[in-house]
Design a protein around this ligand. Structure first.
Ligand SMILES: Nc1nc2c(ncn2[C@@H]2O[C@H](COP(=O)(O)OP(=O)(O)OP(=O)(O)O)[C@@H](O)[C@H]2O)c(=O)[nH]1
Ligand SMILES: [Mg+2]
Length: 435
């Protein structure tokens, strides 16, 4: 890591009431006193300042706060300048700072310093990245606890257990049986199994965790003309998709985001599914629909009163919807939800069913580890090493120790306790400038 003095805009880009420019470096007290215009400044105290450039010309009225190391976000000295959020002001401050032997930070460079100064581990930084991306309340909560160390605690406990198990396994070979606790071999095996189960369980919630982070995919599918596009528009409350009485109207996938109970939902209207069509474009649309079903976390299978094949049994992540209820007399199918996109009847019930399904899919997942592509690979590798350890029969405790140690290393990489350049780059590059 370098000791350069770096700066960046930490608040959002574009016109805003206030912009926050953050500076990190060594021995910034003198510079802070120079710009605040006062000797003996108090750290973590907000000063109202007429900020002037080196020629004495005023740049802006600002609030300036100085944070003395190590009590700062990065663990280095930090100065935060809160100026007016005009692009011209920000530009002028950047120019002024550049003239003082400072340079623009690279993306994620502030967090990188926080990591090196032991302010955050990599799991916390993954949480921070997720928090900066959060668009809904559930995403916010989940990411916040991850950033505040919930995930690190879990990983850390796993890793300690693994290191202890590996040490015990090695001891079995090195010491006389009389000097060791009774049944130590059995205890070791049981502990490995338990850890394996815990990691497997965390991984099985990956789909839910991913969905919380990037949104749940819901696909509206069914035969042509059953009213999928009409329902899509009714759910969104806006005329997004084309509706017509001609079967095969929708050809491309039309999708939109909405927030249901704090969950980010991506809902997709698809081309009607039918077995035979001569229309080349419709055929491509049908292929796209099949793709959409595969990627969906939840499928709304839509029928209409005149649908040819009505399926009664719904599968796990499927909701059966019978549309055009305004034209139906017999509404006796207990497995289906009757709606009318035309009158709005039953829409509340349908949204209720989607909500219930969302809660079922995510049951407790907001309290689970924030798993991203990086942590997933490492968790899988830890799980596989533990599995290999449980498969070893007999007295091969040296081999068992080796696998458990490898599992501990994988978890260490999640935290950054064990560093690998590629892991680090992947972690910090997900952050934007100024973080
Ligand atoms: N009476 C009645 N008509 C409806 C209802 N929903 C849709 N329709 C009509 O059914 C026809 C087909 O509607 P769409 O929404 O285009 O159907 P779709 O399933 O998207 O059709 P494709 O895109 O061709 O697969 C249109 O004429 C709609 O006005 C409803 O609840 N009641
Ligand atoms: Mg349609």
């Amino acid at each position: 890591m370098n000791n350069d003095t770096i700066f960046a805009l930490s608040s959002g880009h574009g016109k805003s009431g206030v912009a926050v420019i953050r500076i990190s470096g060594e021995n910034l007290a003198d510079f802070a006193e120079r710009i605040i215009g006062k000797f003996g400044i108090t750290p973590r105290h907000a000063y109202f300042v007429n900020l002037r450039d080196d020629a004495g010309e005023m740049i802006d009225q600002c609030i300036i706060t100085y944070f003395a190391a190590p009590q700062s976000f990065t663990g280095t000295d930090v100065i935060e300048i809160a100026s007016h959020g005009a692009p011209a002001v920000i530009e002028k401050i950047f120019e002024f700072l550049s003239g003082h032997n400072m340079r623009m930070a690279t993306p994620g460079e502030f967090s990188r310093r926080a990591f090196y100064n032991n302010k955050m581990d990599l799991a916390d930084i993954d949480g921070l990245a997720a928090l900066l991306d959060a668009e809904t309340d559930v995403q916010r909560k989940s990411a916040l606890s991850s950033m505040m160390g919930r995930d690190s605690k879990i990983y850390d406990a796993w890793r300690r257990d693994m290191i202890e198990i590996a040490a015990y396994s090695a001891a079995i070979l090195d010491y006389d049986a009389d000097d060791l606790p009774q049944n130590i071999g059995k205890t070791v095996r049981e502990k490995i199994k338990k850890l394996h189960g815990e990691i497997e369980n965390a991984l099985s919630r990956y789909a839910a965790a991913r969905a919380i982070r990037s949104g749940f995919n819901i696909a509206l599918v069914g035969e042509p003309n059953v009213g999928k596009s009409s329902l899509f528009n009714a759910i969104l409350g806006s005329n997004r998709a084309i509706v017509s009485s001609i079967p095969g109207t929708t050809r491309d996938v039309v999708s939109a985001n909405l927030d249901i109970d704090g969950y980010m939902v991506n809902i997709a209207d698809t081309a009607g599914l039918r077995d035979s069509t001569d229309d080349k474009i419709e055929q491509i649309g049908i292929e796209k629909t099949k793709n959409e079903i595969e990627n969906a976390d939840m499928v709304l299978r839509v029928y209409a009163e005149q649908s040819s094949k009505l399926k009664v049994q719904s599968s796990n992540n499927e909701i059966i919807v019978i549309n055009k209820s305004d034209l139906i007399k017999d509404k006796s199918n207990k497995n289906a939800i009757y709606v009318s996109a035309k009158t709005g009847d039953g829409l509340d019930e349908l949204l209720g069913a989607i909500r219930t399904q969302l809660h079922k899919l995510t049951d407790g997942a907001e309290n689970m580890l924030v798993i991203n592509a990086r942590t997933k690979t490492l968790l899988e590798s830890a799980r596989d090493e533990l599995k290999s350890a449980t498969n070893i029969r007999g007295e091969n405790f040296d081999l068992i120790a080796e696998h458990v140690r490898a599992a501990a290393d994988a978890i260490g990489k999640i935290l950054g306790t064990i560093t690998a350049a590629d892991v680090m780059d992947a972690t910090f590059s997900q952050l934007c400038l100024g973080k």
